[in-house]
Design a binder for this molecule. Structure first.
Ligand SMILES: Cc1ncc(COP(=O)(O)O)c(C=O)c1O
Length: 404
């Protein structure tokens, strides 16, 4: 089976995880390697991306404020905002796009606005020209780049992660590169980095040996889990709902954080992350190659809307949009290809956020039913990507013949 995601993990990561120690220097080494990769002065590691976001808001001294963020993003983002004692203000997406409509920011800004979280959803770069205008009109409002989907992508040659006070990244196994779990913040502002480190010291407890053991066991289980046969089995169990307890990462009615969100990143995760920093260029080169195959094979099909053909994208996901998404996903799954639907909700419609401020006409509301992520991971070969594109075309032909 071709899986919708698959981390690029080799023997080196396993060896690093097994070389047992709890040295805090491993975390510092990872921070240095990641900052170098990002081309930034500093990076600060956290147990999750959302903990990094929480710490950023706390470091900025924000409490009881409004934080502008997309209505279509990962729900853990507003969870971190609420946990920090602030309120999310959700902005709709552009009519044809998936990123937050920056033209709505002016309507959203009030005296209570504390920060703007600009997200490059699915790795499609945020419009930095529009952000420049916002920054010059409201220099007092910090811009946080959420790069969990968009490691080092560029807008017209400008790195997105550098266009703000800081950038936050998630590092779980579904991300472009991984440290098993974990998150990290990059910045060029040394004073901010020092304050963020001090805040981290204050809120996080040290990683325990038990947490390291759990992370090691998780990593060991990931290797076989992504072999095609076992993945096929897991997928069947997942579809039957048997694995909900393990794979459902949100409940629409509950705002929560993982139980260990205030326990530091383990040195073991940091060692894995350091190796992944070296792998990163090859991982992204592969993703770009598969993206070009999809562009070539799927262009000009009226039922499909492809992402902008942007050379600055690093393709955390290759996301197409189609009204036939559900049919297409089922058709491909029957043929051993799993297509994803990573963000299958519109946050303002979730019970937990029904009272939150939401600006826009609701373009984002259509996305959960229309988007499909095609695999771009290193476990998917160019041959498989071509086969996948053919299967998509066949499915659309099949659907059209049924409708006649
Ligand atoms: C857009 C976005 N921002 C932030 C995060 C937070 O990352 P984490 O899961 O490490 O808390 C995620 C997580 O997947 C995400 O998709």
């Amino acid at each position: 089976m071709i899986s919708r995601l698959r981390p690029t993990l080799g023997f080196a990561e396993l060896r690093a995880a097994l070389s047992w120690n709890q040295h805090h220097q491993d975390v510092q080494r990872f921070e240095k390697a990641f900052a170098k990769l990002a081309g930034q002065h500093q990076s600060v590691a956290f147990p999750y991306g959302r903990t990094g976001l929480l710490a950023i808001l706390q470091t900025l001294g924000l409490h009881g404020r409004e934080i502008i963020c997309p209505a279509y993003t990962c729900v853990v983002v507003p969870h971190a905002i609420v946990t920090s004692g602030n309120r999310p203000v959700f902005l709709d997406t552009y009519p044809q796009g998936m990123n937050m409509d920056l033209g709505l920011v002016d309507q959203a800004i009030t005296k209570g606005t504390g920060a703007i979280i600009a997200t490059s959803v699915f790795g499609q770069p945020a419009d930095l020209d529009a952000l420049d205008v916002i920054r010059s009109t409201h220099p007092e409002i910090p811009i946080i780049q959420d790069c969990a989907h968009s490691f080092f992508c560029e807008w017209n040659g400008r790195p997105v992660h550098k266009a703000g006070l800081c950038a936050v990244y998630g590092l779980n196994i579904s991300k472009i590169m991984t440290s098993i779990f974990g998150g990290i913040v990059t910045t060029d502002d040394s004073d901010f980095a020092s304050a963020l480190r001090a805040q981290r010291e204050q809120i996080l407890s040290p990683a325990t040996i038990l947490k390291s053991i759990k992370r090691l066991l998780y990593l060991i289980s990931v290797y076989p889990a992504f072999t095609p046969t076992i993945y096929g089995l897991i997928n069947r169990m997942e579809r039957s709902g048997l694995l909900d307890k393990f794979v459902k990462y949100y409940d629409p009615g509950i705002i929560d954080m993982p139980e260990d969100y205030l326990q530091a990143m383990t040195p073991l995760e940091a060692r894995v992350g350091t190796i992944q920093c070296y792998r990163y260029p090859d991982i992204v080169a592969h993703r770009r190659k598969l993206a070009q195959i999809y562009f070539g094979e799927l262009a000009g099909i009226p039922e499909l809307r492809l992402p902008p053909r942007d050379t600055g994208a690093t393709y955390s996901h290759f996301v197409i949009r189609t009204p036939a998404a559900t049919y297409l996903r089922d058709y491909c799954l029957d043929r051993g290809i799993q297509l994803g639907n990573l963000i299958d909700y519109h946050i303002p419609d979730m019970a937990a956020y029904s009272d939150a401020v939401h600006i826009g006409v609701g373009n984002a509301r259509q996305l959960p039913e229309q988007v499909i992520n095609l695999p771009v991971h290193t476990g998917c070969s160019t041959y498989q990507a071509k086969r996948l594109a053919r299967t998509i075309k066949n499915s659309l032909r099949n659907l059209a013949s049924q409708q006649i």
